[in-house]
Design a protein. Sequence first.
Length: 596
Amino acid sequence: MNALCFYFQVHQPLRLRNYRFFEMGAAHNYYDDYQNQYLVNRIADRCYLPMNNLLLDLIKKHGKHFKVSFSISGVALDQFEWYAPHVLESFKALAKTGQVEFIAETYYHSLASLTDTSEFAKQVKKHSERIEKLFGKKPTTFRNTELIYSDEIGAEVAKLGFNTMLTEGAKHILGWKSPNYLYCNAINPKLNILLRNYQLSDDIAFRFSDQQWKGWPLTTEKYVNWILELGKKEEVVNIFLDYETFGEHQWKESGIFDFFRALPDEIFKRSNFKFLTPSEVSKTLQPTAPIHVPFPISWADEERDLTAWLGNELQNEAFSKLYALAEQVEASNDLEIQKDFGFLQTSDNLYYMCTKWLASADVHKYFSHYPSPYDAFINYMNILSDFIIRLDQKSEHKMKQKTKKSVKEEIKKTIKKETKKTVNKPKLLTQNTNNMETKKPTAKPAVKKAAAKKPAVKKATAAKKPAVKKATPAKPAVKKATAKPTVKKAVAKKPAVKKAAPAKKAVVKKATAKPVVKKAVAKKPAVKKAAPAKKAVVKKATAKPAVKKAVAKKPAVKKAAPKATKPAVKKVAAKKPAAKKVTAAKPAMKRGCCKK
């Protein structure tokens, strides 16, 4: 079976504004809206609308026997939606016939497949979803930007779920092979490859109205004869064209519309060729062999390589700086920045910077609206510089927001911790309700010790009062030797030292060296019975100024220890009558003990 596959590329790039007249970082509208609207509507009137109507007429005339396919870039779809919605409606009318296949490609008609596989996959997915939403069917055939293809790119396309891909039938790839067969990818044979017959395609696209061309004028009879000359063994002839060929590149006056209107009738009349879509060809035919393409190819210029977009230092500089921003753009999560990044990837921006000569230069000049490739480079880099400023500002703002959020989160965490502490404090204090108002210690162990000491203080005060009342004559003696009773009380600290802090032991050791202490120990047998009551008194006495006076006397004892001890003994001897009075009071002490 002989198949004839007509494929049309629909792409309308966004023109950038002249950014020499704008301050960097001030204006961020990069697109010449007036020119873009004008161009879309002009091409719509010359090409899209009349050619869509022609295809509708042919489908109505020939029914299922006539079929075509389209690849419409996301950039073109956006502009149709913004500036010419009626064009979009005419493509929807073609989709409803069921005789038109819509092919997937990169959304922004970009070169992402050459450098960034994640960005490439993201754009392909976005474009496929847009095609399915507009035309009601998910695409299964893929066509990369400008038919760019290599073995590795084909393998990535197969991973994305496509079973057919279109590319150029370049001479340096095919060698002696013919482009008029179905091939497969060298890495993943499940991906079928359809090759463009560039000779028959360019006869219509570039040479149709060229009066110096030996084949001019090109008629339907002549064109069908060339197809038939391919022989009966040729399985499929792929004619891939820019859709703008009809009416824009080749004007209506050249007879291009009449030529295509008569072409199906001539083919049906003189040959066995059938019109098929790429997916139908892939299902009908079997791949003859894998095609090996180690380096990327395209359908541009005589070289059929990437030099139309990456052939000089200007293009490489712009390309590398643009895609170096991909991760930062993705992290920004800003829809406007991501949209501008996508439109700046459009391959036409690099195409305008091409510095080729001869025939290729003429083609580039025809499509470019810049005075020179250098003007295109300067303008593009100015816009890219402004875009980088915006991106840096966005990332700085995002970092500040992150730091603010982190600080707020830390503050919230600390507040939660503090609130937990304050909630738990009353629970600890309720265990000692007697000390809620009097003592508010910061350390929890101190609260427990204070709680145990209070009852002892109360007992001690109860024991002393009756003794003082019955032994009132002994008070003058206590006043004269205030330091001695404190020392005597300090002696009573010995049992308390074992239970209390080790810091108090040092004070006791210094006090035991005095001879007065030894005599005082013998005088108070009753103190031993009330020892628990005096423990709390001693701890309170440490905080009194009386203790400080006692401590201050120690150095004086060290300087005149031998001389001072003797008078001290004499004074004690002089006080013997007072001691007798104290002994006379002993029965009262005994009575007090009985009361306890």
